[in-house]
Design a protein around this ligand. Structure first.
Ligand code: NAD
Length: 476
């Protein structure tokens, strides 16, 4: 049984929860302690008590700790990748890639601790000096989803610690294994008592307690739109800073002049890899008339060549859906798309494998329209729909005709259309001839409209959220 980490001590919870392998339901990875509200409050107290000292710690100490975390994650990438694939269901190469990305994020922010600068500017008043500096926020509540069990915690915890904040971290219920392993690494890397706290448990208990405690200075959240709205409302009530990364309905435009093999690879990867369980997944494929039929034939041929199976088995391209309720959601959307007139040209049914798991064949719909539910709501599974359009202008309109705005892609060999699309796509991230999913770790990540709220995550832009600016005037 894996414990909570509160105030510098491994601590038993009030109950425990099994971590089940979605590729093999008979495989229980471990059990994980669950905190109640009082234990969450203890973690917040510990983080609040540790803040004065940690916020004045030097950059060398923060650099050293974050470097050690990066080193250990890198050294254990195979083992941590295996754990991640086992608990979440993405394939081993994807899982190992995510683990290494977490290491790179810690390494990047170790350097940012040393690079923190301010500005000294002349005052408009003679003799007065003006100094602009960044200071940490205080106790940061970190609430994360299940689909990136180590990378998302990393891209919130690393900058929080780098800039001198203390942390209360609540991972998603479905993936406590990677979160616990990361906490264990942070502890051994030398994070001082109270600076980092791991509180596993229900959103309605642990999450709510974090949101309700006025000692929490900032909350960074990634998850669904509905929970995000609730987080926002609670943070406004407390007048605290918050950051939300939520869903997507990301479009991938394929124009007549696209290199068809580039387009097929980008669409199949973007829509279906990681079982489509990515906020940046290309769930809407917007295809112009001239290439439409050839493109669909090529995508179907590619899908036929993919192996669905155990996330950790060699040769698997697509692992299982994360759990039973997500599988029911995916199947509900597939049924609704059929009812509303979409044509299912590939997959959509359960797949039988050697072990009992939540296996679903990637589903591809054609003949869909922008009005259909399948093109309006996030599925968060291996389901994509094709919208046929007559030209670039219609494609751009359809791409932007959504409540979301996370990632938006185009496949074209035209510089003119690529340039126009980069400027006019209403999204935080734009991809030309690349999948909508798959980003670098040292540049800003985030979206517009219903996908995101608040400052961007990652890269040096992360400082906007994890610090507050002070302007000091001095008359010597
Ligand atoms: P979710 O909203 O169900 O849960 C997210 C987290 O919030 C979990 O830790 C959960 O326990 C917690 N939570 C639930 N209720 C809470 C409450 N009342 N108070 C406080 N915390 C609470 O989301 P999920 O199903 O884990 O993740 C899938 C969603 O995440 C998808 O919509 C996906 O698009 C989104 N996502 C977005 C990004 C991004 O960067 N935009 C990245 C990954 C996932």
């Amino acid at each position: 049984m894996k414990q909570l980490y509160i105030g510098g001590a491994w601590t038993a919870g009030t109950s425990e929860r099994p971590n089940v392998n979605p590729s093999d339901l008979s495989d229980i990875i471990d059990t994980y302690a669950q905190a109640d509200a009082a234990m969450t409050e203890q973690a917040i107290s510990a983080a609040a008590a540790a803040f004065p000292s940690w916020s004045h710690s030097g950059p060398q100490q923060r650099y050293d700790i974050l470097q050690r975390v990066a080193d250990e994650i890198t050294a254990r990438a195979d083992e941590l990748g295996d754990l991640l694939a086992r608990e979440e269901g993405k394939t081993l190469p994807e899982a190992k890639g995510e683990v290494l990305r977490a290491a790179q994020i810690f390494r990047f922010f170790s350097g940012e601790a040393l690079r923190l600068t301010g500005e000294t500017v002349p005052s408009v008043r003679p003799g007065v000096g003006v100094e602009i500096t960044r200071e940490p926020m205080g106790v940061v509540g970190i609430i994360t989803p299940w689909n990136f069990p180590i990378a998302i915690p990393a891209w919130k915890i690393a900058p929080a610690l780098c800039y001198g904040n203390t942390v209360v971290f609540k991972p998603a219920d479905l993936v406590p294994g990677s979160a616990w392993a990361l906490a264990d690494i942070l502890v051994r890397a030398g994070v001082p008592e109270g600076v980092f706290n791991l509180v596993m448990g229900r959103g309605s208990v642990v999450g709510e307690t974090i949101l309700s405690d006025k000692r929490v200075a900032a909350v960074t959240f990634t998850g669904s739109v509905n929970t995000g709205k609730h987080v926002a409302a609670k943070c406004v009530e407390h007048m605290r800073k918050f950051q939300l990364e939520m869903g997507g309905k990301n479009p991938m435009v394929v124009l007549d002049d696209a290199d068809i093999s580039v387009a097929v690879d980008a669409c199949v990867n973007g829509a279906f890899f990681s079982t489509g369980q990515r906020c940046t997944a290309s769930s809407r494929l917007i295809v112009t008339d001239g290439i439409h039929d050839r493109f669909i034939d090529a995508v179907v041929a590619k899908l036929e060549s993919l192996k669905i199976g155990d996330a950790r088995a060699a040769g698997t391209h697509i692992g299982p859906v994360v759990d039973e309720s997500q599988l029911a959601v995916d199947e509900g959307y597939i049924a609704k798309a059929k009812d509303e007139g979409g044509k299912l040209v590939f997959g959509g049914g359960r797949v039988k494998c050697d072990t009992e798991g939540f296996y679903l064949a990637p589903a591809l719909f054609t003949e869909t329209t922008q009005e259909m539910t399948i093109n309006r709501e996030e599925v968060f599974g291996p389901v994509a729909s094709v919208v046929r359009v007559k030209d670039y202008e219609e494609a751009l309109f359809a791409a932007n005709d959504t409540a979301f705005g996370l990632s938006s892609g185009i496949c074209t060999t035209s510089l003119k259309y690529a340039t126009h699309f980069r400027r006019n796509a209403e999204a935080g991230m734009v991809m030309v001839n690349l999948p909508t999913a798959g980003v670098d770790y040292h540049v800003p990540f985030g979206g517009r409209k219903g996908s995101s709220f608040g400052p961007r995550e990652q890269g040096k832009y992360a400082a906007e959220f994890f610090t507050t600016v002070k302007t000091a005037y001095t008359l010597p």
